[in-house]
Design a protein around this ligand. Structure first.
Ligand SMILES: Cc1cc2nc3c(=O)[nH]c(=O)nc-3n(C[C@H](O)[C@H](O)[C@H](O)COP(=O)(O)OP(=O)(O)OC[C@H]3O[C@@H](n4cnc5c(N)ncnc54)[C@H](O)[C@@H]3O)c2cc1C
Length: 456
């Protein structure tokens, strides 16, 4: 409860944020070596992950930025390059309509479709079903296509380029890279360096964050039957955390299974065969349900059906899994994070460096892509108004819009995760009754479905 209050407090306090250049941002811990001559650029994006690559592309296609020099720095030595016949990778995301719209504008969507994307037309959990449109795409396919599109526009990310330090100068930020061979002087630094953002840290931007005592286990699943119409995303809410099976093709789906830390070791040490049994059991068996709740829910359901006619239920079951792709099982710690400021003079946070959310509603990277769209809109407006593109007045507009939306999502998903994770019987019963009610009563059902699929 204290954590929820902190988040709410953060939502209120963003209106009163002040934007001074923090001492941490102005004084780097040790001074850079004798200043090597600096390369002048307009915009530096630090982090060539999904969000940083999309950010670079958004500037590359914007007519307002065609005369601006934009560089994309990536600390790793290699970024993904995916071809059509490559095996599926285990990290996928469910792109919402807003992200697809962004990729269409960036000219990257057709490239993704030419490799592989899987349309989802229905979300189904054990108590409700809803028509919904999303696309399941592997992270590597998204990134590979964004980079391919950048290449078409003659932009290459600078690999092995880790931001080590930066300091504010009068009208710019000076960046020192890890190899200390080059300095950059930039008009705007965009941090897209992930949830452990060192740039956020160096700027002294505080965060609200907590670890869930949970991990997300991912794997690529082989299906028992060839399913020409594998277009349903399955999710089951277990007291241990939600398990989701997202379609990839006629023969494969992708697993995202939230488990408490206490279950992680045993699940990760199972043989593939035992792990597959555990997945099938988690999707179909009632062993995870709590006695008393199912029958109570059923009774409530039949009462409501006398008042409100039930919507026709399509009888379907989750696909049976026969195997997992070798070495595709992996686990990620889950946490919530929100930066208390998304902007500072000449500095902006986007993607996971600004916010990190529980993956149960598949919102994380969609929120990052919404940051990209919002930031580019705001900076274009600054140029149209005749202001400097990096004017703090406009950056603050980005912060105001994105903080409000992201905090609302963080709060909603965090509350749902708490609601679903509890084993306290009265809450479990109320939760099940609530879900039955939502399922039977169309206006509520549409409201919740819209919330889940709403813009990030
Ligand atoms: C189990 C799990 C399932 C998920 N499922 C979904 C889903 O279904 N849908 C969804 O929308 N989201 C999902 N997410 C969230 C999603 O994966 C993240 O939101 C997304 O990957 C964040 O992208 P990013 O580009 O902001 O950060 P990252 O992917 O972390 O990229 C940061 C990049 O910056 C580079 N870097 C770091 N430091 C520096 C530096 N100092 N200088 C230069 N470069 C640097 C890194 O090498 C990296 O390439 C899931 C997350 C988890 C853990």
């Amino acid at each position: 409860m204290r954590q929820l209050l902190l988040l709410r407090h953060s939502l209120i306090s963003i209106r009163f944020s002040s934007y001074s250049v923090s001492p941490k941002a102005t004084v780097s811990h040790d001074q850079p070596n004798p200043p090597i001559s600096a390369e002048n650029v307009d915009i530096t994006i630090a982090g060539g992950g999904l969000v940083g690559s999309a950010m670079a592309l958004a500037f590359a296609v914007s007519p307002y930025f065609k005369n601006h020099k934009v560089v994309l720095l990536e600390s790793q030595s290699k970024l993904p390059k995916v071809s059509k016949n490559q095996p599926y990778s285990n990290r996928v995301c469910a792109l919402n309509a807003q992200s697809v719209d962004l990729f269409q504008k960036l000219g990257a969507w057709d490239l993704m479709k030419s490799i592989r994307v899987q349309k989802v037309s229905r979300m189904q959990n054990d108590q409700s079903q809803e028509n919904s449109l999303a696309y399941i795409v592997e992270n590597d396919v998204i990134q590979s296509c964004l980079l391919e599109r950048l290449k078409q526009l003659n932009i290459e990310p600078r690999l092995n380029s880790k931001v080590k330090k930066f300091e504010n100068e009068e009208n710019s930020i000076r960046i020192l890279l890890q190899d200390e061979k080059i300095n950059l002087r930039t008009g705007l630094l965009i941090a897209a360096d992930g949830y452990q953002s060192s740039i956020r840290e160096m700027a002294g931007i505080s965060t609200i964050q907590w670890n869930y005592d949970q991990f997300g286990i991912v794997a690529t699943l082989q299906l028992a039957d060839n399913m020409p119409n594998n277009v349903v995303a399955w999710q089951r809410f277990l007291p241990t955390g939600p398990i989701a099976c997202l379609p990839l093709s006629n023969t494969h789906s992708s697993l995202v299974w939230t488990v408490p830390k206490s279950m992680l070791k045993s699940l990760m040490s199972l043989s593939d065969e035992q792990f597959v049994d555990a997945i099938n059991k988690a999707f179909t068996s009632d062993v995870y349900k709590q006695n008393g709740v199912v029958s109570l829910t059923e009774r409530m359901r039949s009462c409501w059906q006398q008042i409100i006619p039930a919507s026709p239920t399509i009888a379907q079951y989750p696909p049976t899994i026969i195997n997992i792709e070798p070495k595709s099982r992996a686990a990620f710690p889950l946490s919530l994070l929100n930066a208390n400021q998304y902007v500072r003079p000449r500095l902006v946070l986007v993607g996971d460096s600004a916010h990190r959310i529980h993956p149960m509603a598949g919102q994380g990277v969609n929120m990052g892509f919404a940051d990209v769209q919002c930031l580019v809109n705001v900076l274009e407006r600054a140029i149209r108004d005749g202001a400097d593109f990096n004017s703090l007045t406009y950056l603050v507009d980005y912060e105001r819009e994105r903080q409000a939306r992201c905090l609302a999502k963080l709060l909603l998903i965090d509350s749902l995760n708490r609601l679903y994770s509890t084993k306290f019987l009265p809450i479990v019963a109320l939760r099940s009754i609530g879900l039955s009610f939502i399922n039977e009563f169309s206006p509520f059902k549409s409201f919740f479905a819209k919330q889940a699929a709403s813009s990030a």
